[in-house]
Write a protein that binds this ligand. Structure first.
Ligand SMILES: Nc1ncnc2c1ncn2[C@@H]1O[C@H](COP(=O)(O)OP(=O)(O)OP(=O)(O)O)[C@@H](O)[C@H]1O
Ligand SMILES: [Mg+2]
Length: 399
């Protein structure tokens, strides 16, 4: 089938032209003349094989082919082409059949071309008006298919751009977190080095330097945790969820303390799962920062369990619960959609959308329960990830 993308004006012209295969006598020339008189662009092809190659190379609006030009190999080639079309395409094929009574030969010919069931059949002799209106209908149908294709491409590009912008937003947030996290130990190091330099006691100076060394170790750990975020393999690998959660908690330690949040963790031993570690880090980073934003002065519980989903698949379940005010009713039903945020300029509203896409890609599910009742407020996000990715049962739900 023709290439999926239109990249130049000439490709656009190719996509609406009519390919014609009619090897007997002057049939092809007459057909092309009739089509160009009706303002349609036609290209005569020597054989069915040549037409198929042309179609794959540059596309076409429709193909008119005379029955006698079709060998069994041609029929197979065409049938294969028709069944390998992208989802948006239903290429219109017009078959010019031989006229005459129903005979054993004509029945046999019909059986041979059975794989081309979707072709429009026109019996010769054809009136020029019938030919023109059939081709025009075919081109109109093809045009609608191109519109669907372009719409799908636009959607795909827009989604990709959103995903990229979320990655940048994550990078920005992370850069700010890192600057913040690194600042404290660095200030401590500067002080400790000063104390060591001015100390009269060698023993005290050594102690200052040892403490400075351990603070620098923290700086190095923060830097390497961050790098892990971005250096991810391009295929799913064995991933330790507890490791991801612990490294995120270390990264957000000061943010949690700064928000006066009490953190409780309960991690059971779980087997590794096959996943894209960097992406899952993004999911849990977003759930955790959302919980920290919501739970200032309250509590966050993070629980990790070995679990099965409703269809019995083995995997892991991560629960992130906070005692914050709950998800505002105004956004509750749309938090998994892009650009839904109540954080004004502090949030992009892409976090949960990207998270749900990532979980869906891993064949898992993400669910949320949230309440704003005065005596019972809080939010619980529950992520299930199968041990081995399987994208057949994606789910994202709010209640
Ligand atoms: N734990 C939570 N408690 C209360 N509300 C929440 C919680 N998690 C999400 N929300 C609500 O859902 C909205 C969407 O969250 P999402 O993570 O997608 O975007 P965001 O946090 O606003 O921005 P960002 O793209 O920077 O993550 C939030 O703005 C908030 O209103
Ligand atoms: Mg968020």
């Amino acid at each position: 089938m023709p290439p999926e993308q239109t990249s130049s004006a000439s490709d656009g012209q190719n996509e609406i032209r009519v390919l014609v295969v009619a090897p007997t006598g002057r049939d092809a020339a007459l057909l092309c003349q009739a089509l160009s008189r009706a303002d349609m662009q036609a290209l005569e092809c020597r054989s069915c094989e040549a037409a198929c190659l042309e179609l794959q190379r540059a596309g076409a609006g429709t193909l008119i082919i005379a029955e006698e030009a079709l060998s069994i190999a041609d029929i197979q080639r065409l049938a294969e082409l028709m069944s390998n079309q992208p989802a948006w395409s239903d290429f219109p094929l017009i078959l010019l059949t031989l006229s005459g009574e129903v005979t054993v030969q004509s029945q046999r010919r019909r059986l041979v071309r059975a794989p081309l069931v979707r072709a429009l059949e026109l019996e010769r002799p054809i009136r020029p008006e019938t030919l023109i209106s059939t081709v025009q209908n075919a081109l109109r149908a093809r045009h609608r298919q191109y519109e669907i294709r372009d719409y799908i491409l636009q959607e795909r590009n827009a989604e990709e751009a959103l995903r990229r912008s979320e990655k940048l937003a994550v990078a920005g947030r992370l850069a700010a977190t890192i600057a913040h996290e690194i600042n404290n130990p660095l200030e401590a190091v500067i002080n400790l080095v000063y104390l060591a330099r001015t100390s009269r006691s060698q023993k005290a100076a050594r102690e200052y330097l040892e403490r400075a060394e351990s603070e620098l170790g923290r700086v190095a750990a923060i830097a390497s945790e961050t790098l892990k975020f971005y250096r991810q393999p391009n295929r799913a690998t064995e991933t330790q969820i507890p490791e991801i959660l612990r490294s995120l908690l270390a990264l957000y330690r000061d943010k949690i303390a700064g928000s006066k949040v009490e953190l409780r963790t309960d991690f059971k031993d779980v087997p590794p799962i096959v996943a894209f570690g960097g992406e899952l880090r993004q999911v849990f980073s977003n759930l955790l920062t959302n919980a920290i934003d919501a739970a200032a002065g309250g509590r966050i519980d993070i629980r990790l369990r070995h679990a099965r989903d409703r269809s019995g698949r083995k995997g892991v379940k991560v629960l992130v619960a906070d005692t914050g005010p709950g998800i505002p009713e105004s956004v509750k039903s749309s938090i998994f959609e892009p650009f839904v945020s109540t954080k004004a300029t502090r949030g992009t509203g892409l976090g949960l959308w990207v998270s749900s896409e990532i979980v869906r890609k891993h064949g898992g599910s993400i669910r949320v329960r949230s309440s704003s009742k005065p005596d019972l407020h809080g939010t619980v996000f529950c992520v299930f990830l199968p041990q081995v990715p399987d994208s057949t049962q994606p789910r994202a739900a709010a209640s």
